[in-house]
Design a protein around this ligand. Structure first.
Ligand code: PLZ
Length: 451
């Protein structure tokens, strides 16, 4: 199949051949040309993981300009959960673009924004009255969640956790834990941000109660509940290493927040929308956040994010206090309504659980065979392996980097993460067929064996 065939193929992922196909080395000659132009035209700070020029994607593959077809185990960092070109999303985007591209919701409101808000108010955990405001990126949602919590409480301090990732804007850099590459040299950062220890069972050995006690004691002593507007946490940490907190940790933290008038914010930008085998990861831990931030998977690849929260908290900001030119753009909202239809009516929560069963069993076997894998963890279609120096829990970032590099060279998109860079994460589009998932995991197994 030539690139022209691919570009003129009928719309929709399933029309792309669902196969791993290498016709050149990665990167091929035409991809190399683009990467040379990128190096000359785009700043070095904007990196890339997979050295290709993408020309099409859908189902479980990303196709490059040289005709290579790579198995996608990353979904553009948890974004293309319904697939990179789901027919319903494509049709909704085309229809809305033909109707109008923008009016600015703060100038002339339109229905799709309100419908997305209604859907999020209905789908997010808890049956209390909720309201939703829409923005463009995950970081922007997090910024607004903190604004709203501060306004509501009249307090300023915010607590985030070790290994947290919340974005790259000034406030969200302050909330993000890892210095390199996210923060180093980019300060000074926003004030009144404090950091508490995360529950990381593989490394701290604490149960949920012990870990919560440790975090709450630090918050009480170093911040003081009376000064604290919000605690923000990813129910399963994403960039930090797919860290699943011990049972009870999140529930105790949420209870302490409720008892102390602190707004509990769940950042579900990465975990949201069926990714973890539940519509939202908070459900897996039995917590009902006061505010939940979402983005990524929400709109099938279009930039959209949301802050959904208790109606009284959300309504505490003054009229005109929340917004932005593009927030809740009509094309992004049309895409979100189509994606939400897919999540609800095409069995994606179940599909994430099925993918999770394959991931944990295949990766579990791999861990048994390799002393370099310290732990396999995750939920649903959000699973990772953590590499260690054999016989220890010392992080081995080199092993994770080598496996990811070998996988990409063999036509499998595998992403690393983790504070120590020693984790490979698996978060495929839920549209990936089983045979590609198995083939991709086989390539990973070969790469681990070759270490
Ligand atoms: N909160 C939990 O995972 C984005 C970062 C990619 P934006 N994670 C991917 C990178 O290196 O820039 C993320 C997240 C959580 C917030 C964000 C930020 O979302 O849409 O990238 O702003």
């Amino acid at each position: 199949m030539s690139v022209t065939d691919i570009l003129t193929a009928p719309v929709g992922g399933p029309s792309l051949p669902q196969e791993r196909r290498l016709v050149t080395a990665i990167p091929g000659p035409r991809s190399q040309e683009l990467l040379a132009r990128k190096a000359a035209a785009v700043p070095a700070g904007v990196g890339h993981t997979v050295p290709i020029e993408a020309v099409a994607a859908g189902g479980g593959v990303v196709v490059d300009v040289d005709g290579n077809s790579l198995i996608d185990l990353g979904a553009g960092i948890a974004v293309t959960t319904v697939g990179a070109s789901h027919p319903k999303v494509v049709a909704a985007v085309q229809a809305q673009a033909a109707q109008f591209t923008h009016t600015c919701f703060m100038i002339s409101p339109y229905e799709s924004y309100v419908a997305v808000a209604e859907a999020l108010n209905r789908l997010t955990p808890g049956d209390h009255a909720k309201k939703t405001a829409l923005f463009n990126s995950g970081a922007e949602a997090v910024e607004n969640a903190v604004k709203i919590a501060r306004k509501y409480t009249g307090r300023q301090a915010v607590v985030a956790f070790d290994h947290a990732y919340h974005g790259r804007t000034n406030l969200t850099m302050a909330l993000t834990a890892k210095s390199m590459p996210y923060k180093s040299g980019f300060g000074p950062f926003a004030g009144e941000v404090y950091r508490a220890p995360m529950s990381y069972p593989f490394r701290d050995g604490l149960d949920g109660h012990e870990a919560a006690k440790r975090s709450i004691a630090l918050i009480e002593k170093q911040v003081g509940a009376a000064n604290l507007a919000a605690v923000i946490i990813e129910p399963i940490q994403g960039e930090g290493g797919f860290i699943v907190p011990a049972d009870g940790f999140l529930a105790e933290l949420a209870r302490w927040c409720r008892e102390n008038g602190v707004v509990f914010i769940a950042d579900e930008v990465q975990t949201g929308f069926a990714r973890t085998g539940a519509m939202f990861a908070s459900e897996l831990f039995g917590i009902v956040p006061d505010i939940i931030t979402t983005a990524k998977g929400i709109a099938g690849g279009l930039p959209l994010s949301a802050v959904t929260g208790r109606a009284d908290i959300m309504d505490s900001s003054q009229g005109g206090g929340l917004g932005g030119t593009y927030g809740g753009n009509p094309i992004a909202c049309a895409a979100a309504l189509a994606a939400i239809d897919v999540f609800e009516n095409e069995g994606l929560v179940q599909r994430a659980q099925d993918i999770g069963a394959i991931l944990t069993s295949r990766l579990g076997e791999l861990a048994k065979a390799s002393p370099r894998i310290g732990e396999v963890r995750g939920r649903g279609a959000m699973v990772a392996v953590e590499f260690v120096v054999p016989g220890t829990i010392d992080p081995d970032g080199g092993a994770a980097a080598a496996v990811a590099k070998a996988a990409i060279a063999a036509g499998v998109i595998a992403l690393t993460c983790g504070t120590y860079g020693n984790v490979i994460r698996f978060l495929p589009p839920l549209s990936i067929p089983d045979h590609l998932l198995h083939e991709g995991l086989g390539v990973i197994a070969d790469a681990v064996a070759a270490l």
